[in-house]
Design a protein around this ligand. Structure first.
Ligand SMILES: O=C(O)CCC(=O)C(=O)O
Ligand SMILES: [Fe+2]
Length: 296
C-alpha cells in the first residue's frame, strides 16, 4: 500500500498498537489566537491559577478550520489510515472546543492502571457496532506542548482487540457507556505527550482516560472524531483495499476477512453533553460581548 505521509513503520505501528503520532502538523503561531481567546471566553487569567475556577473543562467550539487547510499533513495521515479521502464523511474541520486540563487532581500521584476509573471509548452520540461509521477514527490534537506527567491523555493499546471481540459478540449493538470494563487485564498504557502541532491518529476502539495534571501548565487538546461515509467493510474482495482501521479489526479477530451483518438498528443520540456545550457557547459569547463593550 502506498501512503501520503505514513512511513511503512508508522502504518505497521498503527496496525499493531492502534495509534500513530504525526508530528509537526501545524505551527503554534497559526492557532495562538485560539489559545488566547480561550482564557477570555472563560474569564480566566492565564497567569493567575486562582482564577481557574474549574480544574478541567471541555469547551464548545467557537471557531473552526478545515483540517486540510490548517494541517495538511494530518489530513493526509487521516486519509492514509482511513483508506482515502473518498471514504471520509464531509470535510473534517477542527475547532477551538478545547479540552483544557488546568490542574485536575494535581495532588494525585498517578500510576495508570486498569483499576483507575475513567476508561472509555469515544462516541457518546450513537449506538456502537463492529462496523460503525460515526467514529471512524479518534484523534488527539495537541494544541500546546504536553510534557510527560502533565495531563496527557492515557491510551490503552491492549484494549483494542478486547473491544473488537466485544463488538463482534454483539451484532445487536452496544450503548456508548458499555466499554469501560474492557480495560480489565490491560497492562500497557501510553501517555499522549507532544508538542503543539502534533496529532495522534487513534483506532476508534481505543480505550483512553484523562490523567491528572500536576504540572502547573494547562493542557490543551481536542479529540474530534472523523467519520466514514459508509460502515466499515470487512469483506473487501481485494485485501489491499482494507483501510488500516479495518485491518486492525480483522487482525484483532484473527481473520483475513469477515462477512459481518449487524442485527440491531443504527441510532444517533442528541446528548446532554451537546446541550451543555450549546449553553456554554451562549454564555461565552455574552462574556466576549461584554468585554468588547468595556473596551469601546
Ligand atoms: O482530557 C483528556 O485527556 C481526555 C478527554 C477524553 O477522552 C474525552 O473527552 O472523551
Ligand atoms: Fe475520550
Amino acid at each position: 500500500m502506498t501512503f501520503k505521509v505514513l512511513t511503512d513503520a508508522q502504518a505497521a505501528h498503527f496496525v499493531e498498537k492502534g495509534y500513530v503520532k504525526i508530528e509537526g502538523c501545524f505551527e503554534k503561531a497559526e492557532i495562538q489566537d485560539w489559545l488566547d481567546l480561550a482564557y477570555l471566553r472563560l474569564g480566566y487569567e492565564r497567569d493567575d491559577p486562582t482564577t481557574w475556577a474549574e480544574d478541567r473543562i471541555h469547551m464548545p467550539s467557537m471557531n473552526r478550520r478545515a483540517v486540510a487547510d490548517l494541517a495538511p499533513k494530518a489530513w493526509d495521515g487521516i486519509c492514509d489510515v482511513m483508506g482515502g479521502a473518498e471514504r471520509i464523511e464531509g470535510e473534517p474541520s477542527w475547532g477551538d472546543g478545547f479540552i483544557i486540563n488546568f490542574n485536575k487532581d494535581a495532588d494525585d500521584p498517578y500510576v495508570p492502571s486498569a483499576k483507575r476509573g475513567g476508561w472509555h471509548k469515544d462516541g457518546n452520540f450513537f449506538r456502537h457496532f463492529l462496523d460503525s461509521p460515526e467514529q471512524g477514527l479518534l484523534t488527539v490534537v495537541v494544541w500546546d506542548d504536553v510534557l510527560p506527567n502533565s495531563g496527557g491523555t492515557y491510551l490503552a493499546p491492549d484494549s483494542v482487540p478486547k473491544v473488537a471481540r466485544f463488538l463482534y459478540d454483539h451484532p445487536e449493538g452496544l450503548e456508548p457507556g458499555s466499554f469501560g470494563k474492557m480495560i480489565e487485564g490491560c497492562e500497557a498504557f501510553v501517555e499522549a505527550t507532544g508538542n503543539a502541532g502534533d496529532v495522534y491518529l487513534i483506532h476508534p476502539y481505543m480505550l483512553h482516560s484523562a490523567a491528572p495534571n500536576p504540572s502547573g501548565r494547562p493542557r490543551f487538546i481536542t479529540n474530534p472524531p472523523v467519520a466514514f461515509k459508509e460502515p466499515m467493510n470487512f469483506n473487501r474482495e481485494d485485501s489491499d483495499d482494507f483501510s488500516l482501521v479495518e485491518s486492525v479489526v480483522l487482525r484483532a479477530l484473527g481473520v483475513e476477512r469477515l462477512d459481518y451483518r449487524i442485527t440491531g438498528k443504527r441510532e444517533r443520540y442528541y446528548t446532554e453533553f451537546r446541550r451543555e456545550r450549546e449553553r456554554m457557547l451562549v454564555e461565552q459569547k455574552a462574556r466576549l460581548a461584554e468585554l468588547e463593550e468595556e473596551v469601546v
